[in-house]
Design a protein around this ligand. Structure first.
Ligand code: BES
Ligand code: ZN
Length: 458
């Protein structure tokens, strides 16, 4: 594969420019005003692959945002087929005033590109796009069969992708899925993620009087929806960080003593962890370490709360309505709909008199744990080791990639989570970034992965 590696070395600038062009498109999936940008991003990726001479690339409609589907399956039916999955949609950029440079004007500082989507997930998608392009352009035959499925709704829970995968089982048939949408354990310490948490995302609506009331004229006389909501939220967790919803922990898969030992063996500096996010103390469920709590234990967080006067200065008002967005991260064996039902029931049970409570489930995700003993994983681990000269760690992470569970239960295949981001990349936050060195190392690792996998099947 010398000429492939050579091509990768020679084309670093071009790989960066092609990514930056994609980062300039504000393909925010949660905001319907960005529908055109969603389409633009999908077209852009398909065009890049087409121009490089891939056998087939197209933008395919779904019931929601389109997917980019592409394939280059010329290695022969005796060679494995890898489905590369990623997402071109991004989170909103707000609060925009906290960005040092605008979210959709990629800017390089200190070897890192700053932009929304740089790490999550456009930069990581472009690792594989450019790896495949390098195989195609170098004149060497791709040694395995490759398919791409790049979607535009990951950040909103992949609602249209599940039916798409169901309806396109043959098109997407493969031996394994490769995903780069997670992080490395640390700088220069590559890792393969084998566990992701699931999610139930809820919204609670609390209705009180038929209009906002003067807080002097009515205060003390009627229930305040915002106070009521806060009382309810306070009952969701106790002071030890334990979730108080009856039945919440019933199905939780417990960490085994061996797993806990593996967590203890990870190099970890709690002071550095705290310093990086500017807190004096960590907090969470009693009896578990920070890393365990952030990846292998379920949790519940208020993501936003609304109601009442939020403008400058003060306004004496008792709000008519209040609400909160609450997410629960789930671990294996918990079911997103069951947990959502438990949450709903509990919120109704604890609602104080004088308000009406309504609870709705937004999106969700099923937790995953991938087996550690399939050959694709070894091919990826070897590829990372060749590039980083360090053996990758196998870790669990706390985020969710909803479709991964469906690859297992619809397509019947395992997923390799080979993330090249860093925890410090500030994904979903202002000043998201991606280290360009890891972008290029990732392209090489991806190219080597294909080669390793083919050799295992020689
Ligand atoms: N790339 C993340 C998932 C992730 C985050 C993995 C951190 C490992 C560590 C992905 O784009 C994401 O943000 N997913 C959402 C899914 C949700 C909207 C259903 C998440 O986890 O909030
Ligand atoms: Zn994300």
């Amino acid at each position: 594969m010398e000429s492939v590696l050579d091509y990768i070395k020679q084309n670093r600038d071009r790989f960066e420019e092609d990514l930056f062009e994609l980062l300039r498109i504000p393909s925010i999936s949660t905001d319907p005003n960005h529908k055109d940008d969603i389409n633009k991003a999908a077209d852009y990726i398909a065009d890049n692959l087409k121009n490089a001479g891939i056998d087939h690339a197209e933008v395919k409609p779904t019931t929601g945002n389109p997917v980019v589907y592409a394939e280059h399956c010329k290695a022969g039916s005796d060679k494995p087929t890898v489905l590369i999955y990623g997402h071109y949609d991004v989170q909103p950029s707000d609060p925009d005033e906290l960005w040092e440079t605008p979210a959709f004007e990629p800017t390089v500082r200190d070897g890192k590109v700053y932009a929304r989507g740089a790490s999550d997930d456009k930069g990581q998608v472009y690792i594989h796009v450019n790896s495949v392009i390098s195989w195609l352009k170098s004149g060497e035959e791709l040694p395995v069969n490759v398919k791409f499925l790049i979607e535009g709704e990951e950040e909103i829970g992949s609602p249209s992708l599940v039916p798409f995968v169901q309806e396109n089982k043959d098109l997407l048939s493969c031996d394994m899925v490769m995903v780069s949408d997670t992080t490395m354990y640390d700088e220069d310490q590559p890792s393969i993620t084998y566990g992701l948490r699931g999610l139930s995302y809820m919204e609670v609506y609390v209705d009180g009087p038929n209009r906002d009331l003067h807080s002097g004229a009515y205060g003390g006389a009627v229930q305040n929806p915002l106070n009521a909501l806060c009382t309810m939220i306070a009952k969701l967790k106790n002071e030890h960080g334990e979730i108080q919803i009856p039945g919440f922990y019933d199905k939780v898969e417990q960490l085994t003593p061996e797993e806990r030992e593996q967590y203890r063996e990870l190099p970890y500096d709690e002071q550095a962890y705290k310093d990086a996010i500017g807190v004096d103390e960590v907090f969470g469920e009693k009896g578990y370490s920070t890393l365990e709590r952030a990846s292998a234990r379920p949790t519940l967080d208020v993501n936003g709360i609304w109601g009442g006067y939020q403008g400058e200065g003060s306004k004496t008002v008792l709000p008519a309505k209040a609400g909160a967005k609450i997410s629960m991260r789930l671990v294996p064996n918990q079911d997103q709909d069951e947990v959502a039902d438990l949450f709903k029931k509990y919120m109704h049970d604890i609602a104080p008199p004088g308000v009406k409570v309504h609870v709705e489930k937004h999106h969700g995700g099923t937790p995953v744990k991938v087996p550690l003993d399939f050959e694709g994983l070894q091919a990826a681990a070897d590829a990372l080791e060749s590039v980083y000269n360090v053996k990758p760690l196998f870790t669990r992470e706390g985020g969710s990639i909803p479709i991964v569970a469906n690859f297992e239960n619809i397509l019947g295949v395992n997923t390799i989570l080979m993330g090249m981001g860093l925890r410090s990349d500030a994904i979903h936050s202002p000043n998201e970034k991606f280290t360009l060195k890891d972008y290029h190392r990732g392209i090489e690792a991806s190219a080597r992965f294909f080669k390793n996998l083919a050799e295992m099947n020689a």
